[in-house]
Design a binder for this molecule. Structure first.
Ligand code: 6PG
Length: 246
């Protein structure tokens, strides 16, 4: 694990969610003060949901400048948006239905179409968005990531050839739990973010956290996350950090 990784440990999952919501809010305000827009990509899974729910509650609800926020996804399962496994569907339930973000600034991954086609549609959407701000690379201002017990990140799973993708920003894969077709950002897109925050909670993640932080030469999807133009911070609750020795 490269040395420029920051670690913040919270007492429990509730404090982790609070910390994550504060980071979302404060980073958005700081970036928008500078360039009037904020491009953030969020992950699916269960860990970030408590944070997402807080974003739709005070003090965050009225403190976050939703009018200047552009919301994207790190990955999505290829299921209908009202399917319980849909990351977009969960986000709608958790906060999107209760915030005043302009609908054309919410960019769900097109999980309804043919996976490959969905990946190229989303890549086009990302390219058009960033090009409109004179950027030819996917420079997200903030990305929240989770991590699987197997060390996967986004929907980049161990031992999959897609990990080597170094041109496309979005690809389709099959795998994970549930084992579904998915769309996912690639390292090309993830590693060009200005700020990357891993959100990790619970005892079951402690072994993979220890492996990533303390074992050398680890070749897991999560160990290939590098913020080329910024920094990576791990937000861990005490249980997830419980096996770390340094
Ligand atoms: C997904 C997520 C995935 C998730 C990890 C952790 O769509 O499944 O993006 O990468 O972040 O699997 O999931 P939990 O937070 O549920 O442990």
């Amino acid at each position: 694990m490269p040395e420029k990784i920051k670690k913040i440990i919270t007492s429990d999952s509730k404090q982790l969610a609070e910390k994550g919501a504060k980071i979302f809010c404060n980073t958005a305000k700081k970036v928008i003060a500078g360039k009037n827009r904020f491009a953030v990509a969020i992950s699916g899974g269960s860990t970030p949901r408590a944070m997402h729910r807080l974003l739709a509650q005070e003090p965050y609800l009225s403190d976050i400048p939703w009018q200047n926020i552009h919301l994207f996804w790190v990955d999505e399962r290829v299921v209908a948006f009202d399917h319980p496994d849909s990351n977009f569907g969960s986000a709608k339930k958790d906060f999107l239905n209760n915030i005043l973000i302009p609908t054309d600034q919410v960019h769900p991954m097109p999980a309804m179409s043919e996976p490959q086609e969905g990946a190229s549609i989303y890549q086009k959407e990302l390219q058009n968005f960033f090009k409109s701000f004179d950027s030819y690379d996917p420079e997200f201002d903030l990305i929240f990531l989770g991590i699987g017990k197997d060390g996967h990140v986004a929907s980049l799973f161990p031992d999959q050839t897609q990990l080597e993708e170094n041109k496309r920003w979005v690809i389709s894969v099959k795998g994970g739990q549930p084992d579904l077709f998915r769309l996912t950002l690639t390292y090309y897109a993830l590693n060009r973010a200005r700020r990357i925050f891993f959100l990790v909670s619970g005892k079951e993640k402690a072994p993979i956290v220890k492996t990533l932080f303390e074992k050398s030469q680890v070749q897991l999807p999560a160990s290939k996350i590098r913020a080329l133009n910024g920094e990576v911070t791990w937000l861990l609750d005490k249980e997830a950090a419980s096996l770390l020795t340094r």
